[in-house]
Design a protein around this ligand. Structure first.
Ligand code: N01
Length: 540
């Protein structure tokens, strides 16, 4: 039996969308390349890998799920998250719909039948009406093109860390100091013979304040806090009480007290719970930055190192790149075996069989870690050979080269010329800025509602108009221009990889506003989308 829908990717978005489609009686299969569900949480094995979002914000809001699963810490580690997603799969009865250890290689649109022909690495191929890519926004690794890199044997990208790797008493070099690099650096620092950290942009990390919960404590938290926290998350589609105060509404002493309270709270509070103008006013942003910088300088003994980690002139606005959460990151640089190399002034010239040569020094190493990020937001979709109407390739339409047209979507959900193709957690949505489970629930519902609407009317082909893409591009660009996000050369802006077009790949207008846009499409009977009967072109 051919499935009506194929979902690709078995992490948050894929699992939830599969669940919703099954609930509505859609015949659906979920295909994933890994040995179990969890996506990045299944295959990322580097030491110290934890999520930066606290529970219950980082779990599904379905009461049967949160009532029956018990976390042991505020920020779960990757093993716990993978175990949770595997448990959710069983609890929701989804296991039989999974095709694991199988990669989707190609998908071709067939106009005559209004179906996608989906070819798998197993050699099997399916005809399906709907194709839903839940392939994640940080899946395809990016390793810069360093001269001589191939001559060094024990080098790994963070996403392919071999679990059996022995690092104790080794000389380790870590290139990259964002979310992944920071966790590796603070974990390895005290355990290795030597740690050389190659930093290009400092990480404006804030305190994590991990907490460990005994089971009884979790029951108490669930009973007393979960309903309100999840209600707030789902109604306001935000996760901290949104501050209505602006930075300079408060006098200086009250402002410092407020910053300090966010600091003590830990987690993402100092970023998302801060004054309303943190990311819209430069003066407000600098005020928060100065507080942050002061705390780093108080913790790092060597003044030169402190200045590299927290310079007087920040390279970008505070929070325009995701600030990571840390426990002992800054103290790690006080250890005698840890060295910070600023590659802006001491450029990496070459990698040899025995280490890294920078402009001023040779760093002899046993292991090199590339914590250099991902071909974010578009990489995982474009890794599949997707050919839409008229045989046009998605990579031709989404030409991400600096001189290319860039990405265009309607609502960050669909793209003109690629009928019946949805891509939750993809570009031009708040995918990377929202809470992953919350985004999975919002976008999964939109996909499912759309398919249900079509089925109820006997329709079989849906495609956004070019006009609706242009409208969404304006909205996405305006949101970027109204904040300080657009200034940073970040993967949110598509330019963490050399030669790429700078354009907002994230929607910065907020998850709440985004959800309203999605709802408006539903309420207007999918205005901006062309719907037709399968096989015919009779547009409604
Ligand atoms: O990757 P990144 P990541 N020379 O792209 C540096 C999720 N995640 O794997 O900032 C030297 O953010 C680059 O420097 P710069 C999460 O969504 C979550 O750390 O471009 N350095 C940067 O420091 C996260 O946001 C969690 O100047 C070079 C780093 O490499 C996303 O994954 C944990 C370089 C890349 O940072 C990606 O995070 C881990 C070069 N040529 C991941 N090129 C948690 O929830 C790049 N860099 C905790």
């Amino acid at each position: 039996m051919e499935p009506e829908a194929i979902v690709v990717g078995a992490s948050w978005a894929g699992i939830w969308t599969l669940h919703l489609l099954k609930q509505r009686g859609v015949k659906v299969l979920l295909v994933d390349a890994n040995e179990d569900v969890g996506g990045t949480w299944c295959y990322t094995r580097y030491p110290g890998c934890h999520v930066d979002t606290e529970i219950p914000l980082y779990e599904f809001s379905h009461p049967d799920l949160w009532r029956n699963w018990t976390w042991s810490k505020r920020f779960p580690d990757r093993k716990q998250i993978q175990a949770y997603l595997s448990w959710v799969t069983d609890r929701l009865g989804l296991r039989k719909s999974l095709v694991l250890q199988t990669r989707v290689q190609r998908a071709e649109w067939n106009e005559k039948f209004a179906t996608w022909t989906v070819s798998l690495s197993s050699g099997a191929s399916y005809r399906t009406r709907y194709l839903i890519l839940c392939t994640g926004y940080s899946t395809v690794p990016f390793i810069p093109n360093f001269t001589g890199a191939e001559t060094f044997k024990d080098s790994f990208h963070t996403s392919s860390w071999p679990e059996e790797l022995v690092w104790n008493n080794k000389r380790v070099g870590v290139i990259g100091t964002a979310a992944s690099g920071l966790q590796i650096i603070e974990t390895l620092g005290p355990q290795v013979a030597q740690l050389s950290v190659f930093q290009r942009t400092p990480n404006f990390a804030t305190p994590k304040r991990q907490k460990h919960y005994a089971p009884g404590k979790m029951d108490y938290i669930k009973q007393n806090f979960y309903p309100d926290m999840l209600k707030q998350r789902n109604s306001k589609t935000g996760f901290f009480t949104v501050q209505h105060r602006r930075t300079f509404d408060d006098p200086a002493d009250a402002r410092q007290r407020f910053f300090q309270s966010l600091w003590e709270e830990g987690g993402l509070s100092f970023w998302f719970g801060n004054y309303a103008d943190l990311l819209t006013s430069r003066e407000a942003n600098m005020e928060a930055y100065r507080f942050w910088r002061g705390s780093v300088h108080a913790r790092v003994h060597d003044k030169n190192t402190a200045e590299k980690l927290a310079p007087a002139n920040p390279p970008h606005a505070f929070g325009a790149k995701r600030p990571s959460l840390e426990t002992s990151y800054f103290e790690t640089f006080n250890l005698p075996n840890v060295e910070l190399v600023d590659v802006n002034e001491d450029l990496i010239q070459e990698i040899t069989a025995t280490g890294i040569q920078t402009r001023t020094k040779f760093h002899a190493l046993d292991i090199i870690v590339y914590a250099t990020g991902f071909d974010a937001l578009t990489g995982s979709g474009l890794a599949i050979d997707i050919r839409g109407a008229g045989g046009v390739k998605l990579e031709t339409k989404w030409d991400t080269r600096a001189e290319g047209n860039g990405v265009s979507t309607a609502l960050g959900m669909m793209s003109a010329g690629f009928p019946n193709l949805f891509f939750p957690m993809g570009p031009q949505a708040p995918s990377a800025l929202g809470l992953t489970p919350q985004m999975a629930e919002i976008q999964g519902k939109w996909v499912t509602d759309c398919i249900e609407y079509m089925k109820a009317r006997g329709l079989g082909r849906v495609e956004p108009t070019v006009g609706s893409e242009e409208k969404w591009a304006k909205e996405v660009n305006a949101a970027a221009e109204s904040t300080l996000f657009g200034e940073a050369d970040s993967w949110y802006m598509g330019v963490n990889i050399p030669g790429r077009k700078k354009q907002p790949l994230c929607y910065f207008g907020g998850v709440g506003t985004y959800a309203e846009h999605l709802q408006q499409a539903v309420d207007t009977g999918y205005e901006g989308f062309t719907m037709a009967y399968a096989g015919g072109r009779s547009s409604l």
